[in-house]
Design a protein around this ligand. Structure first.
Ligand code: NAD
Length: 387
């Protein structure tokens, strides 16, 4: 077992590196083996025997619950912490009752404050917009705060009643329309949390020669939380990145304007909930969540969990038709993060060549293209890698 170490802001990656992998629920059983096979082939093609990934399968989600009675076994969290860089398939989260999001638990446990989601179009991929080639953005979504912090109480609970009494009696709050039937959630947004996220976005823009960073917020309505994010973001950028173009836009205008003028946007820094909505919309513009990758990163500790943007796709589970590209492109981000750029470039080139020739899974294949199953698509990429 070879571990990654981290000191002075630098990741040190051994030539044989252990990467914990969570297969995931639903379509995870199809897309995760496909991703592993392509990545192994790319590493072999670019480094021969000199480098290798030792995949360490760790349980989470339904498989873990059935085997151990726990949705996220402590040993899995421990492995992700110890080995520093891991990758996961989607995990189901019930709406309303049931366990809390395992994805959110992982992000909070490892303090993975930056959710990084690049969105770009590949030639040959079916898109609902006229000029998808104009979409080339990288979303930095704050990952640990906001209404996603999980601080909420159900309507009618003793906690909700107590919170209402505090709001009403101590703070003079009069805006709660239906106190006895109100559920309550808390939206923490901090200066520290906003600054480290905006710092990561600005540093990425500098490192990758990007044109601008746009702060996306609803500070016109939520003046202290989202307005604070905007203000702290501008302050941080002025202090630490004086030459960088930083602008801001209100979230609803952003969602409209990215459809009308996507070329106006480059690196995006935003809060947790806005980032969730925005990244799905942007993904749809370039072919859907099936090809939208993501990474959850703490740049101060080096911890990172790479994951597909989409969920478990219950309608596709068991059909073998899911698109593995989102998880595969997340693995490309992982290879770049490890510094194995040649393997990352090899996967990108092979994937792009498949798309260009109309070889794809059903969700994005052009009408005259070659529709593949998950496994066939992975094999088509591996064939291109070895040509
Ligand atoms: P979803 O992303 O699973 O599915 C939305 C739509 O996208 C569906 O039509 C689906 O078929 C399609 N889709 C998703 N992935 C695809 C792929 N790889 N190839 C082709 N089509 C794909 O979202 P949902 O249905 O709202 O959520 C299902 C479950 O996934 C829920 O339990 C939710 O909590 C969970 N979820 C998990 C994550 C995660 O693990 N990070 C993210 C989002 C949702």
């Amino acid at each position: 077992m070879s571990r990654i170490t981290f000191d002075n802001g630098q990741l040190h990656v051994p030539d044989t590196v252990t990467i914990p992998v969570i297969t995931g629920d639903g379509i995870g059983v199809d897309i995760t083996p496909a991703m592993k096979a392509v990545v192994d082939a790319a590493v072999a093609a670019s480094f021969g025997d000199a480098k290798r990934i030792d995949w360490l399968d760790v349980p989470a989600g339904e498989a873990a619950f059935n085997a151990t009675g726990e949705w996220m076994p402590p040993a899995t969290l421990h492995a992700c912490r110890e080995y520093r860089v891991s990758i996961k398939g989607p995990l189901a989260t019930p709406v309303g009752d049931g366990h809390r999001s395992l994805n959110v638990a992982l992000r909070q446990d490892l303090d993975l404050y930056a959710c990084v989601r690049p969105v770009r179009w590949f030639e040959g991929v079916t898109s609902p917009v006229k000029q998808p080639e104009k979409v080339d953005m990288v979303v930095f979504r704050e990952n640990t705060e906001d209404v996603y912090a999980g601080i909420e109480w159900p309507a009618g609970s003793p906690e909700a009643r107590r919170l209402f009494r505090f709001l009403s009696d101590d703070l003079g709050v009069r805006q709660v329309r239906f106190p006895s039937s109100s559920a309550f959630g808390i939206k923490p947004v901090s200066r520290d949390g906003s600054r480290r996220l905006v710092r990561a976005a600005c540093q990425y823009a500098i490192d990758h020669g990007r044109r601008s960073v746009t702060l996306v917020h609803k500070g016109n309505i939520m003046k202290f939380t989202e307005g604070g994010f905007r203000q702290w973001g501008y302050e941080l950028a002025a202090e630490e990145f004086p030459g960088l173009v930083v602008k801001d836009v209100i979230t609803d205008a952003f969602l409209q304007d990215t459809l009308l003028h996507p070329e106006n946007y480059d690196v995006i820094a935003t809060l947790n909930l806005n980032g969730d909505y925005a990244s799905d919309q942007l993904a749809a513009m370039v072919g859907g969540v099936g090809i939208a990758p993501g990474a959850n990163i703490n740049y101060e500790t080096g911890h990172a969990v790479f994951e597909a943007t989409h969920g478990t796709a219950p309608n596709l589970a068991g059909t073998g038709q899911a698109n593995p590209s989102s998880l595969l492109l997340s693995a490309v981000m992982m290879l770049e993060y490890l510094g194995w750029q040649a393997s990352a470039d090899a996967v990108m080139a092979a994937l792009a060549a498949c798309y260009r020739q109309g070889v794809a899974t059903a969700d994005i294949a052009p009408a005259d293209g070659q529709v593949c199953s998950t496994a066939e698509f992975a094999q088509a990429i591996i064939t291109k890698l070895n040509q």
